[in-house]
Design a protein around this ligand. Sequence first.
Ligand SMILES: NC(=O)c1ccc[n+]([C@@H]2O[C@H](COP(=O)([O-])OP(=O)(O)OC[C@H]3O[C@@H](n4cnc5c(N)ncnc54)[C@H](OP(=O)(O)O)[C@@H]3O)[C@@H](O)[C@H]2O)c1
Length: 251
Amino acid sequence: MERLLEGRTALVTGGSKGIGLATAQALSAAGANVLLSSRKPEGLAAAAATLPGPVEVFPANAGDPGAAHDAVAACIACFGGLDVLVNNAATNPVGGPVIDVPLEAFDKTVAVNLRGPLAWTQEAWRQAMRARGGVVVNVASVGGASPGGPIGVYNTTKAALMFLTKHLATELGPGVRVNAVAPGLVQTDFARALWEPSGADAKFPWPLERLGQPTDVASAILWLASDAASWVTGTVLVVDGGALAGGPVRF
Ligand SMILES: NC(=O)c1ccc[n+]([C@@H]2O[C@H](COP(=O)([O-])OP(=O)(O)OC[C@H]3O[C@@H](n4cnc5c(N)ncnc54)[C@H](OP(=O)(O)O)[C@@H]3O)[C@@H](O)[C@H]2O)c1
C-alpha cells in the first residue's frame, strides 16, 4: 500500500473492531502512528496487536467529553501531535417508533453519536489542529439520508452528524478539513441483526449486490484522511454499494 500518511498521527474512536479496526489497520499500513480508543481494554489490546505500525491504546467512552480531552492529550504525549481524527464510535440502544422513545435513550444516542464527535473534534482542534492543521473524518450512515424505518433515533443522530460535518468544515478551514463517510450495510457485529437473516453471502437488493466489508469503508476514510483529498472538505462520501442511488435505505 502507498504510504499516504507517513509520519502522521491518527486517533480512531471505536477502533477495536469492525469499521474502526479496519480503518486503523489501513491508516497504520499507510504509515500513520495510531491511537486506538474504545471502551473495553481487552478488545483494544487485541486490536492493537494487528496493526503493522506504531500504536497506543486509550480506553474511553466516546460519549464522555472528559475522556475526549484525555485521549487527545495522551495521543500528543505518545506521538507528538494529532493529524487525523476519525470519529467512528456510535451506539444504537433503541429501535421502534421515535414518537414513543424514552428520552433517556434519545439522550444517550445523541451523547455518543453526535455530541461525541463534536467533543472529540473540539479537543483535537484546541490541543493540536488549530495550530498545525489536520483532518477530521466522521462516520455517519446512509440511514441518516432516508427518513423511515425502524432505527429513527440512530438515523436522526447520523443525519445531524452529516450536517455538523459540513458546518464544521466552514468553521475550521483552511487548516482543517472535515468530511464524513456514509456507509451502507456492512458486515460487522453492530449491524448483525440486519444482515444475518439474509446471510453474509446473499445477493442484496442494490447495484453492487454484495454486503459491505469494513475494508470498503476504511479505504474511503484513508483517502479522505490523505493529501490525495486535499481539496475536499464538507463532503459526505457515500460508501454503500449503490444502495442510496436506488432510493431510500430502510435501516
Ligand atoms: N455496520 C454497518 O452496517 C454500519 C452502517 C452505517 C454506519 N455504521 C457506523 O460505523 C461505525 C462503526 O460501526 P461498526 O459497524 O464497525 O461497529 P462494531 O463492529 O460493533 O464496532 C464498534 C466499535 O465501537 C466501539 N464502541 C461502541 N460503543 C462505544 C462508545 N460508547 N464509546 C467508545 N467506543 C464504543 C466498540 O468497542 P467497545 O465495545 O469496546 O467500546 C467497537 O470498537 C459506527 O459509527 C456506525 O454507526 C455502521
